[in-house]
Design a protein around this ligand. Structure first.
Ligand code: NAG
Ligand code: NAG
Ligand code: NAG
Ligand code: NAG
Ligand code: NAG
Ligand code: NAG
Length: 574
């Protein structure tokens, strides 16, 4: 669940796989076997360049230049520097008979361990088996493989991306209240925008200071004195409204990992689809502002070219219910997060002041990384029931120290990812768009061959392996249920509940209406839920809250219309 730089395209692509493992780019490019991520990055980039060269009747090097020209600066410069460096090698290694797979073997980004099969994503040409075998036999010295991050142009982008992907606290936050005025780098895309970045006590979700009679301390845009009554507006319109915020402690599904399929589909590549690339990378390829728990934006410019589908969220509905809740959201989702990394580090970037802030609805939603990994020996790399209990209790204890009284915490069970394979196996992956020659089954096999899959257990053509993975996911959900049962009354500041993962319910309802499973899945990684899936998940969560836990969402504020007429968009979000 957690997943580049021949240019940033490459970088972006590779991070899908990083999903799983919280490692830096340097370690990341060394993941796997047979060349691992380096091999995958080379093959995807040269594969795209080759397809562009066919579409435009030009050489592969020209195709690579064309790809670079799609990118915005500074990626374009890095990409061109890289292209200049590698052009002669490509001309030498990419003959008429080659595919990106064989060319990347010749370039030594890919190799074949003697005990394994040769990994390939594009179909082999008939002549390949013998030629490649001969090549592999005569080129043993290349076995260690080349590292993309060592190459000119790519090096500085690796360092920069490494920095972004290893920090999960807002980069620009002068007063240290964990709310920022900047969007990306864990800023307002992730947590409500700060309205005063010089005062720590002024931030979204704060209890108003002196009734916000002169200044807006909780950033909900409501402040001042009603001249008629002489009372402060915050007090009059929000005082008894039971304001609250919403947060998610989660993984790439919660953060809404999304790599635009237009970046891999050579038949629809354009300058436009790469325009938001810097923004997307600065947000770790996640789209929290459109996610099921914390979406607050509408799907309009500048993203509508690369993000498709409706937007809905628990936050949006909480705001509709009570406008006093404006900006009070926190998305603490990290690609690759699992129970241990959540407890060991990630949870600490969730900030709430037990006395000074409003209560919150918190979702603890680690839906797959505890069973997902890239190792063929999956069994020995999955989280155990004991560890799940230990780590999830650790997180509960942290919430016990920071959540204001009146909060609600929902522990969400793991999803059943077996659906992924069934839904996608025979469909064409965007990387195969030009010739319809790469299916998801082949895509999964390729990543498993390189041992870089974000989830070998579920993205697997072997049904037994998928079943083993699902079984452990169920056991871990049971473990969470047990933790909740034992600790239900241990905390005076919040109520604690276990809920099943909503995705199963969402898929069920969607297919009953005649929809297809794949319509709710991310096309590039074949792993995450897409924009439509995120919106339907929000709807399902909300309806369950209304039905079963109405006290968690609080009452409808009768003053909403008045707030709107007095304070407009309440300062907006950006
Ligand atoms: C492709 O380009 C070559 C020379 O550059 C030309 O001879 C050939 O006719 C072109 N093919 C098509 C389909 O345009
Ligand atoms: C999103 O669109 C709705 C309906 O058009 C509008 O009421 C709302 O203000 C918009 N929200 C944002 C954040 O632009
Ligand atoms: C919470 O806010 C109060 C001010 O209301 C402050 O004195 C206290 O230090 C804060 N606690 C933490 C843990 O930041
Ligand atoms: C988790 O395990 C560690 C090490 O065994 C132990 O020190 C800690 O108390 C355990 N925590 C919980 C909440 O069980
Ligand atoms: C690639 O783009 C074309 C043109 O927009 C589209 O028809 C096709 O469905 C896309 N292929 C995939 C696999 O997404
Ligand atoms: C599927 O995986 C199981 C468990 O690892 C293994 O025993 C079995 O041989 C595999 N089946 C195939 C057809 O590879």
């Amino acid at each position: 669940m957690y997943v580049l730089r021949i240019l940033s395209l490459v970088i972006a692509f590779g991070f899908i796989y990083m999903n799983k493992t919280p490692v830096g780019v340097y370690e990341f490019t060394r993941l796997g076997t047979n060349g691992g991520t380096n091999c995958a990055v080379c093959t995807v980039v040269l594969g795209l360049a080759e397809q562009l060269s066919v579409i435009h009747n030009e050489t592969v090097v020209r195709g690579l230049e064309r790809l670079c020209n799609f990118l915005p600066p500074p990626y374009q410069g890095a990409c061109k520097e890289f292209t200049d460096f590698i052009a002669d090698d490509i001309i030498r290694s990419f003959s008429q008979d080659d595919t990106a797979d064989t060319a990347c073997h010749k370039l030594s980004f890919c190799f074949t361990d003697p005990s394994t099969d040769t990994c390939h994503i594009f179909p082999r040409k008939p002549s390949h088996r013998d030629r490649l075998l001969k090549f592999v036999q005569t080129n043993r010295r290349h076995r260690t493989g080349a590292n993309i991050c060592d190459l000119p142009g790519i090096k500085r982008i690796c360092a920069w991306i490494n920095d972004i992907f290893s920090k999960h606290d807002p980069a620009i936050d002068l007063d240290g209240d964990f709310h920022s005025v900047y969007q990306t780098l864990r800023g307002s895309s992730w947590r409500g925008k700060d309205c005063d970045d010089e005062r720590e006590l002024f931030h979204p979700g704060a209890k108003p200071i002196n009734g916000d009679k002169t200044m807006d301390s909780n950033c909900n845009g409501i402040y001042g004195i009603n001249p008629t009554s002489g009372r402060g507006y915050e007090d009059e319109l929000c005082g008894t409204s039971q304001s609250r915020g919403v947060a998610v402690l989660g993984d790439s599904i919660s953060a809404h990992f999304h790599l635009p399929r237009e970046w891999l589909n050579t038949t629809e590549m354009s300058l436009k689809v790469f325009e938001p690339l810097p923004f997307i990378l600065e947000n770790e390829i996640d789209w929290p502002e459109f996610s099921s728990v914390t979406a607050f934006r509408n799907n309009t410019d500048p993203f509508h070219e690369v993000l498709h589908g409706p937007v809905d969220s628990v936050y949006k509905r909480l705001f509709e219910r009570n406008h006093c809740n404006h900006r009070d959201y926190q998305n603490i989702g990290v690609n690759g997060a699992k129970a241990s990394s959540m407890a060991d580090t990630i949870q600490l970037s969730f900030k709430r002041n037990i006395t000074h802030d409003q209560p919150m609805i918190v979702f603890y939603a680690l839906v797959g990384n505890d069973v997902c990994n890239r190792h063929p020996d999956i069994f020995n790399h999955m989280t155990t029931v004991e560890e799940m209990k230990n780590k999830s209790i650790n997180t509960l204890n942290y919430l016990g120290k920071v959540l204001p009284k009146g909060s609600h915490v929902f522990y969400v069970g793991l999803a059943d990812g077996a659906i992924l394979y069934e839904a996608l196996r025979d469909r064409v992956h965007p990387i195969g768009s030009l010739r319809n020659d790469v299916t998801y089954s082949e895509f999964y096999d390729y990543f498993n061959c390189l041992e870089i899959s974000p989830c070998l257990g579920w993205m697997n053509t072997n049904a037994t392996v998928r079943e083993i993975t699902t079984k452990r996911a169920r056991e871990l959900s049971e473990a969470l249920k047990e933790v909740v049962a034992v600790h239900q009354s241990s905390f005076s500041n919040f109520k604690l509940y276990y809920v099943d993962n909503p995705i199963d319910q969402v898929l069920d309802e969607w297919t009953k209406q005649g929809g297809q499973d794949w319509e709710l899945l991310e096309p590039v990684d074949g792993f995450h839920s897409n924009q439509l899936g995120q919106a339907l998940t929000a709807k399902a969560i909300w309806e369950n809250l209304e039905k079963m836990y109405p006290e968690a969402i609080g009452p409808v504020n009768p003053n909403n219309a008045k707030i709107k007429s007095l304070f407009g968009n309440q300062g907006g979000y950006l």
